[in-house]
Design a protein. Structure first.
Ligand code: NDP
Ligand code: 2IT
Length: 444
């Protein structure tokens, strides 16, 4: 057995019942095999991989809060502080009923390599809760956030661990979390990113993940003598990442014909009307179903199946494992040429393998959606300097970061004779900086 296979077997044996974590580790270790083989003695002697797959710390806690009926509710809260080799732990908080330790470990693990790819000094972390913000009043969300932060505040700080948003955590939640941190720690510092613009937030952070996805798509297309203008694009999800991926793709001349949520999907042959979508999602916190009621010519279909729509480019921006083998086959059969992951691990391993073997250019989330956390790191810089940059300046830096990520990923794939294999490229390029830092810092 190779060293990577040994460590994968150990992860499966020692982390039972954590399929998403196993999946993320498998993808990374399989990609790293070519690098590890060349330096096996050193990496083995230092147990580099065993250390890489073991979180530095997992914090898990009770979150009691009172709902609008006066009933005491209890949720689980977590923070996975995965790897601090290249900077303070950095990564989002997810509030969704499906949240468990496996999902947060997979996300924290991915975040290590993603954050490394940004070129900025941020380590990997993730956290969240099985709390479901859907259908809750603002007061209930506030009560939950205050209780969550009362405990979490003991373990985070601007130079220790800096959380941000993810599924179910947007501007409203970050506001309540920041207010409670300040109150219990008596510290006004950049302990969270994605903050409102009146209290230390960065311009463009809201747009950053979606814009970044399309900036890297643009680089990929250029490298293949192609361009976004005139392309038909399918986006999944209709949250923060999806909305701003639609916005940038439309700005660059593509026609985006679909979005979805966990209930169903919209097909709009005339191109998604963003004003309506933003009103439904960002203002009214409604469902995509309402889009078809408001936009003539669009159709709503209950259930899954965005992949049945014919497109050139597919941008999965909802959640993990949303695109499976059947979906991948439908996309390939319909002539889809590019799949760029806006979400974290939205494509199953089998689906990824299938599309790559069938000529689709595939960019994994850890490279494609890194614009969000990169702009979070820019927010941290602005907070440390106590100043704020203009939207143009942040957007320009974001664009530059995405161009550089593409270069690094492309270069690493070519260096190992695997041109266009951006999965291998992203994992190797992300790993190299982290492993150098780990080796330099000794056994820790
Ligand atoms: P939001 O909460 O804003 O939106 C999530 C979207 O995905 C919603 O449309 C939601 O539909 C859908 N969704 C969530 N869970 C499921 C599910 N189990 N099944 C089907 N659909 C689901 O989150 P974001 O846009 O911030 O995040 C989307 C993805 O992007 C996630 O994978 C996240 O980890 C990743 N990401 C986010 C970044 C950010 O800066 N926000 C940065 C990098 C990656 P519904 O309303 O029905 O739940
Ligand atoms: O998955 C991700 O990169 C995020 N949810 C953003 C994390 C961040 O710290 O901005």
């Amino acid at each position: 057995m190779s060293y990577t296979e040994e460590v994968y077997a150990r992860v499966v044996a020692q982390n039972p019942g954590e399929p998403e974590f196993h999946q993320a580790v498998k993808e990374v270790l399989d990609s790293l095999k070519v690098v590890i083989d060349r330096n096996e003695e050193l990496y083995r002697s230092q147990s580099v991989l065993e250390r890489l797959v073991e979180p530095e710390r997992i914090i898990s806690f009770r979150v009691p809060w009172v709902d609008d009926k006066g009933v005491v509710q209890v949720n689980k809260g977590y923070r996975i502080q995965f790897n601090s080799a290249i900077g303070p732990y950095k990564g989002g908080l997810r509030f969704h009923p499906s949240v468990n330790q496996s999902i947060l470990k997979f996300l924290g693990f991915e975040q290590i390599f993603k954050n490394s790819l940004t070129g900025l000094p941020i380590g990997g972390g993730k956290g969240g809760s099985n709390f479901d913000p859907k259908g809750k009043s603002d007061r209930e969300v506030m009560a939950f956030c205050q209780s969550f932060m009362t405990e979490l505040s003991k373990y985070i700080g601007a130079d220790t661990d800096v959380p941000a948003g993810d599924i179910g955590v947007g501007g409203r939640e970050i506001g309540y979390l920041f207010g409670q941190y300040k109150r219990v720690r008596d510290l006004y510092e950049g302990v969270l990113t994605g903050k409102g613009l009146t209290y230390g937030g960065s311009l463009i952070r809201t747009q950053a993940t979606g814009y970044g996805v399309v900036y890297i798509l643009d680089e990929i297309l250029k490298a293949h003598n192609d361009s976004i203008a005139g392309k038909t694009v399918c986006v999944t999800g209709s949250g923060n990442v999806a909305i701003y991926a639609v916005e940038k793709a439309e700005q660059l001349g593509a026609k985006v014909v679909s979005v979805n949520d966990s209930n169903g999907y919209i097909y709009d042959p005339n191109g998604i009307n963003l004003e309506v979508l933003k009103d439904i999602k960002e203002v009214k916190r409604g469902r995509v179903k309402e889009y078809a009621e408001r936009v003539p010519g669009s159709v709503y279909t209950e259930g899954k199946g965005t992949w049945t729509i014919k497109c050139d480019i597919y941008l999965p921006c909802a959640t993990q494992n949303e695109l499976d083998l059947d979906g991948a086959k439908a996309l390939v059969a319909n002539g889809c040429k590019y799949i760029i992951e806006g979400a974290n691990m939205p494509t199953t391993l089998e689906a990824t393998q299938y599309v790559m073997e069938n000529g689709v250019i595939f960019m994994p989330g850890k490279a494609a959606n890194a614009g969000g956390v990169a702009t979070s790191a820019l927010e941290m810089s602005q907070n440390s300097m106590r100043l704020s940059w203009s939207a143009e300046e942040v957007d320009q830096r974001l664009h530059e970061i995405m161009v550089n990520i593409f270069k690094k990923v492309d270069e690493a794939a070519k260096r190992y004779d695997m041109e266009d294999n951006y999965v291998v490229g992203a994992n190797i390029a992300g790993f190299e900086k982290v492993v150098n830092a780990m080796l330099a810092q000794g056994i820790c």
